[in-house]
Structures are given as C-alpha cells and as structure tokens.
Design a protein around this ligand. Structure first.
Ligand SMILES: Nc1ncnc2c1ncn2[C@@H]1O[C@H](COP(=O)(O)OP(=O)(O)OP(=O)(O)O)[C@@H](O)[C@H]1O
Length: 253
C-alpha cells in the first residue's frame, strides 16, 4: 500500500509546489549498527509530516543527518534547492532549516524575551523585537515574558525552545517530540502554533510517539523501522495497515 499511496501523494505535492526536503538513499552506521540504512523520504512545501517508528528505528539519527550534526556515509539530502548532505549545521541553519531537541536548550539566566532575541541575534536580527512579540503571543508566553527561563515550568520551557526555533525564520522545522510529557494545555498551544505557522508557509517534520497528536496535526505519516522508511500515508491508512501497526508499533488498533 505504501508505495502506491506515496506515489499519489508525491504527485499531488509536486503539483502543489514541490518538496522542500528530499532524502535519497541515506546511510549512516555506528559501529555495527545501521542507524540510517537507505532512507528515502520527501516533505512537501507547507506539509506537516509525522515521523514515527519504534525506539532505535533511526528517527533522531535522520534528524541529525538532515540538520548536519552528524555526517552521512553516503546519500543525498536536498533542501530548498540546495544539496546539504555533509554541510555544517550552521550553513544548513542559515539556509532555513531548524530543529528542536528532546531536552530544551536555552539560557537559564536570561528572560524569556531575551532568550527569543538571542536566538535571532546571529543571523536574523532585522525585525527581531517585533517577531519576539509575535512569538510570545503565538505561544501564549506573554505573561512570563520577563521571567527567567529557569523559572518556567517544563512545558513552558518546551514552548520557549519552540519559540527560539521560530525566531530563526526557518522554512522547515524539525520537531523532536516537543509534546512528550507536557500538560494538555501546553500541547494545545503547540498544536495551534504549528497549524498557524504552516498557514504562513512553514513545513514541518515531526518525530512523535503520541498517535493522538499525530492524528491531530499531521497531513501524512512516515513510518521508520531499522533505519528505513517502511510505509507512508494518511493516519487512517497507517492505522488500517495491520502489518505496520503490529510489526512497527507493536499494537494492533
Ligand atoms: N552516536 C551514536 N553512537 C552509537 N550508536 C548510535 C548513536 N546514535 C544512534 N545510535 C544507534 O542507532 C540506532 C538508531 O537510534 P536513533 O536514536 O536514531 O533511533 P530513534 O528512532 O530516534 O529512537 P528513540 O525513539 O528511542 O529516540 C540505535 O540502535 C542507536 O542505539
């Protein structure tokens, strides 16, 4: 099923403006482990694609390869008109690709607003104060704008981490389990912000274990196992695929 559906979707996406990210035959091993074992996938412009798969299937490795923090053994990564495989993380970021990490990275002793401004200081300073105000509003962080980052709740810190990514004016954002363990109110804010940002033209690739979140926000789901993409389709197509659900997620629906 996956190939046919992928082909149909790919045609639709191409006619709607093409892909912002194309990964072709990507390999990376760690010792004897093939963490990326011939990965092929696409993300369309303005698409919100979910990346799921069991622990150790290679999702985070793929993010690191795309963001440039680890180098591929071989393969191509095409992002927004540029071949970026093996490029430095900083150059890739300057081209408009940003990622979050599972553990938020921020300046504890600076305020929320200062943290947002700091994220824009190097490459995106023009209009940064206006964008910080917009980001505070988008993420409903205005009431803590002058609080130190270290005083925020864990969920608010995840929002701030997301905000720092937004400040970098990326055209593709890779989100690594941003809603894991956060309060439902924070999750709702996150989901609404993702939808609003997509309306503004931003594409997303989202690693997510929570299928409810995947169902609510993702246009398409890409399933990884053992370093490869093994299926791709809508939420309903994926949950109806009993082979995927049993083999890769370990639970029939
Ligand atoms: N730096 C590394 N050194 C050695 N092995 C690694 C390294 N990074 C990842 N691996 C291995 O590569 C495989 C893929 O790991 P990866 O973290 O990409 O999977 P994942 O799908 O993101 O898992 P999870 O859902 O648990 O975060 C695993 O077997 C992991 O142990």
């Amino acid at each position: 099923m996956s190939r046919t559906n992928l082909a149909v979707e790919n045609d639709e996406i191409r006619s709607a403006g093409g892909y912002i990210l194309t990964v072709h035959d990507l390999y990376r091993h760690f010792g004897g482990i093939n963490a990326a074992n011939g990965v092929n996938l696409n993300v369309g412009r303005r698409e919100i694609a979910g990346l799921i798969g069991p622990n150790g299937s290679g999702k985070s490795t793929l993010f690191s390869l795309v963001a440039g923090t680890i180098k591929p053994d071989r393969g191509q990564i095409h992002f927004d008109g540029h071949e970026i495989a093996g490029m430095s993380p900083h150059r890739i970021a300057r081209l408009g690709l940003a990622r979050t990490f599972q553990i938020p990275a921020m300046f504890d002793n600076m305020t929320v607003t200062e943290n947002l401004l700091a994220a824009a200081a190097q490459d995106h300073w023009q209009g940064a104060h206006e964008r910080a105000a917009d980001t505070l509003s988008l993420l409903k962080l205005e009431h803590v704008a002058d609080n130190r980052a270290s005083d925020l709740s864990g969920g608010q810190q995840k929002l701030l981490e997301f905000g720092r990514v937004i400040m970098r004016q990326a055209s593709l954002i890779l989100l690594d389990e941003v809603t894991a363990g956060v309060h439902p109110n924070i999750r709702k804010i996150m989901l609404e912000a993702i939808a609003r940002l997509r309306e503004r033209g931003i594409s997303f690739l989202i690693i997510e274990h929570d299928m409810e979140m995947v169902r609510n926000v993702c246009d398409r789901i890409i399933v990884m196992d053992s370093g490869r993409v093994v299926a791709s389709g809508s939420f309903n197509e994926i949950v109806r695929n009993s082979e995927v659900m049993q083999t890769y997620l370990g639970r029939p629906q």
